[in-house]
Every structure is written in C-alpha cells, then in structure tokens.
Design a protein around this ligand. Structure first.
Ligand code: ACO
Length: 433
C-alpha cells in the first residue's frame, strides 16, 4: 500500500531578482516537503544542509517515525505490536514485500531463508586471513563485501528475480557470518546452521554450541533474540541506510552496498552506543553512586549514555520493549538481581523525574537496556554492533530494493559550498618560496 505524494501547494523562493515556485508535496503522513529539484536551474543557487537535518533524500514507504510522539511504524504497523506479536522472519517479509505474509507465503519465505543459510566452504578461508584479535566488525565489513565474489548468479541488479535472491541470501547468510566472526574471535570452531531451528535459535546455537557440548536453547533467550532483531530491523534514512542507498545509486552490487552500510554502522555515534551505555552502568556500579553521576552529567563532565536521540524527543518506543526483554532475559539467566540492571532502573527513574532531562526531552533510547540484555545472553561487548548489523541487514536491503524500483532514482551526487582557493596558475617547484 504505497500512496503517491500529493501536491499540497507551492512555496515561492525569491533570490535577488529571481523567483521560483516550488511544489510542496505531502506524503501519507508526516511533514510536507518542498521539492527543490527545479531550484538550481531557476536561481543558480544550491541548498546547504550539512547532516541532512532538513532534507528528505528519497521517497520511502517502509518506515515512519514521529520522534515527538515516540512513534515507529513499519509499513504502518507499530513496533510494539510487531515486537510482541510477530517474528523477525515475518517482519523481514513485511519490510521486503510490503505486507504481512499469508500462512503459505510465510512458509515459503521462511523456507527460502532457511535454505540459504550455508556459506560456500571456500568462504571460511576468509575468516582465517584475519588476526585472532580482529574486531568482529572488521571481519563483517570484509567478509560481507566478499559475498560478491561468490554469488555471481544474483548480481544483475536490473533483474528483480536476482535482486530478490540476493536479498534472501543476505538475510539468510548474515547470522552464519556473524556467528563465524564471533567464533573466530574467541578461538572456537565454526558451528554450521541447522534447518530445524528458527532464525534466532539457529543464530544462538551457531554462537554458543561447541563440539564438546551442544547448546540447549532457552525459549526465553530465543524470543528475546528475535525481539532484539525486530527492534533493530529498520529505522528509515539513518546514516548506514543512507550509505547503502548512496552506494547502490551508482549501480554497485547489493553485497558491496551492505558492506558499506556495515562500515558506517561501526562508528560509535551510530551502532556503538549500547556498548557505551553498559560501560557507564559498570562505572556507576551501585545505585548509591547515581546522584554523583547525575551531578557529573549536569556539569557536562559526561553524558548519560542510552539517553537522548536525534529524532525521538519522547520515550523511544523500542526502549520500552527492550526493557521488558531485559527483565525476561535476566529472569531466565537467574540474574534478576543483577546490580547493573538495578542501577539502570534506578538511573532511569531518577533521570525521568529530573528537570535537567525533562526540559531537554531526554528519554531512554533502545540502547539503554540492550547492552545489559545482550551481555546477560552471553555476548561480549565487541559483538553488540555485529548484532545490530545482523538485524539491520533486512532494512538496508529492503531500502536498496525500494530505491532500485524507483523510476526517479539517479546516482546520489550532493553539491557543496566551495571555500577553497579560486583558479590560480601552477608554479614550478624551483620558483616556490
Ligand atoms: N546526556 C546528557 N545530556 C544530553 C544527552 C545525554 N545523553 N543527550 C543530549 N543532551 C543534552 C545536550 O547537552 C544538550 O543540552 P544543552 O541544550 O544544554 O546544550 C541537549 O540535551 C540537546 O542535545 P543535542 O546534542 O542537541 O541532541 P542531539 O539530538 O543532537 O543528540 C544524541 C542526540 C547524539 C543521541 C545524544 O542524545 C547523545 O549523545 N546521547 C547519548 C548517546 C546515545 O545513547 N546514543 C544512541 C542513540 S540511539 C541509536 O543510535 C540506536
């Protein structure tokens, strides 16, 4: 269900003696946009918007966020409903194909994901080329890009069937690659996927089973893993998604585009915040140290990690679900009295009632509780961003597919405000002072 944008009126831009009427477009919900495509031709001026804080880079029907109200919808469905009633594989179908699947559609979609989980056996040699102390995200960037060298039969980006095969391959193989990155990092042998397990169970087993002992899957942990994947599946035009779109706009193959997205996600301002939030909780240590810590935040000695968001100026709807998952995982692992969880809950209570945070509309974001949850599940902090990449792969590839199907798609090529020297003549080295 995609609605074509409607023209809601025009905006007049006057620049010196030139004037141009610019169409104002309305989507199905959310702010209108001023369509400035004619502006340069009519006025000779560019717009200037570093960080894209006021610029819509594309049309999209996948995900809608209202940051003021704390709303996140995928194809119209609220994230809390998807997290409590759906499964990650069903959400993948929703994001890729626009609708929740019927029972038979689900069965065939899940089967095709399951049937693509294995990696070419030669692919394993890539892992062995990395040093043992390599960060798992370094391994992810390299190996996901290397998929392009293995799956030539799905690289024709102009063929919708091949695009779909690549999408399924990425969603299916990412847990296998992520688990291998982890196993290599900790020096344990790789564990192959098993087709009788669901997506989250399979991933947990590939991470935690060892030849000496199989991994007994706790349904509470498998459910929490599945929910974490749902919560991170897509988040409209964030930095890594925009990176995937920009890389794809040149006609690059989807495996290369997703590797670019992983590289962008690796940055601490994007994928690394839950690690920072967990470190902060460890540093605070016990609830008695919270007042001192809060005083430090107000004195700007440190930030309250896991609080605040560029878009959400209300409770991040994902944080609510993540808190429930943290509760469930800590109960299932016998850590309900985990001191870090007690610190987190007390810290949240204190911050939500403190004028400093209320005034600035600072609420917990998804990262506030995800570090505690993942750590209780047995993941080291170096794997946190890898798990984010695993979950976001479906969002990236669905956004890439949407871009490839958009008839107005062209190579992304921003302009600039040039501040360097104007034209000057070359001076031979012997004449330079
Ligand atoms: N702790 C303390 N103060 C904060 C925090 C925080 N976490 N976040 C914002 N503020 C304050 C700022 O100091 C500023 O105060 P001032 O007006 O007195 O100067 C005010 O709130 C507005 O902050 P901005 O930096 O303008 O907000 P912005 O929207 O640019 O920042 C960001 C968003 C980067 C996420 C920020 O809130 C932050 O650094 N949070 C901590 C890191 C974090 O949890 N990141 C995860 C984001 S979720 C995700 O990526 C999945």
């Amino acid at each position: 269900m995609t609605e074509a944008p409607k023209t809601a009126g025009t905006a007049t831009l006057t620049l010196g003696d030139k004037s141009v009427e610019l169409p104002v477009l309305s989507g199905s919900t959310g702010p209108d946009v001023v369509d400035i495509r004619k502006m340069y031709g009519a006025t000779g001026a560019f717009t200037f918007d570093p960080g894209f804080t006021s610029t819509a880079s594309c049309e999209s029907a996948l995900t809608y966020i209202d940051g003021d109200e704390g709303i996140l919808l995928h194809r119209g469905y609220p994230i809390d409903q998807l997290a409590s009633k759906s499964t990650f594989v069903e959400v993948c179908h929703l994001l890729l194909h626009g609708e929740l699947p019927s029972a038979s559609e689900f069965e065939s979609f899940e089967r095709s994901v399951t049937m693509h989980t294995m990696l070419h056996s030669q692919f394993d040699r890539f892992f062995e080329g990395f040093r043992r102390d390599a960060h798992p995200m370094a391994i992810m960037v390299g190996t996901v890009g290397a998929l392009s060298a293995f799956y030539h039969d799905s690289l024709d980006i102009h063929d919708p069937v091949q695009r779909n095969i690549s999408a399924i391959r990425l969603i299916a193989k990412m847990p296998t690659i992520a688990a291998r990155a982890y196993k290599y990092h900790v020096g344990q042998p790789f564990v192959s996927p098993r087709n009788d397990l669901n997506y989250a169970e399979n991933f947990l087993r590939m991470c935690f089973a060892v030849p000496a002992e199989d991994y007994v899957i706790d349904p509470a942990l498998a459910r929490a893993m599945d929910r974490i994947l749902i919560l991170h599946a897509d988040h409209e035009q964030n930095a890594s998604t925009s990176t995937v779109r920009l890389a794809g706009s040149s006609g690059a193959n989807p495996f290369a585009c997703i590797a670019a997205g992983i590289a962008c996600l690796w940055g601490p301002s994007h994928g690394g915040a839950n690690e920072e939030a967990l470190n902060m909780l460890k540093e605070i240590g016990t609830p008695e140290n919270i007042p001192d810590f809060i005083a430090g935040v107000k004195d700007r000695r440190h930030k309250l990690m896991g609080f605040g968001h560029r878009v959400y100026k209300n409770y991040d709807p994902r944080a609510r679900v993540m808190k429930e998952s943290a509760d469930e995982v800590l109960a299932a692992t016998g850590r309900i009295n985990d001191p870090l969880f007690q610190v987190a809950k007390e810290l949240e209570k204190v911050a939500l009632n403190d004028e400093y945070f209320i005034e600035r509309k600072l609420f917990p974001n998804v990262d506030f509780y995800s570090g505690i949850t993942l750590s209780a599940m047995g993941f080291p902090t170096t794997m946190f961003t890898v798990l984010f990449a695993l979950a976001r792969t479906v969002g990236w590839i669905a956004q890439w597919q949407e871009m490839m199907e958009d008839p107005s798609q062209k190579i992304g090529r921003p302009r600039q405000l040039y501040t360097g020297p104007t034209e000057r003549d070359y001076v031979p080295i012997s004449q330079r002072g």
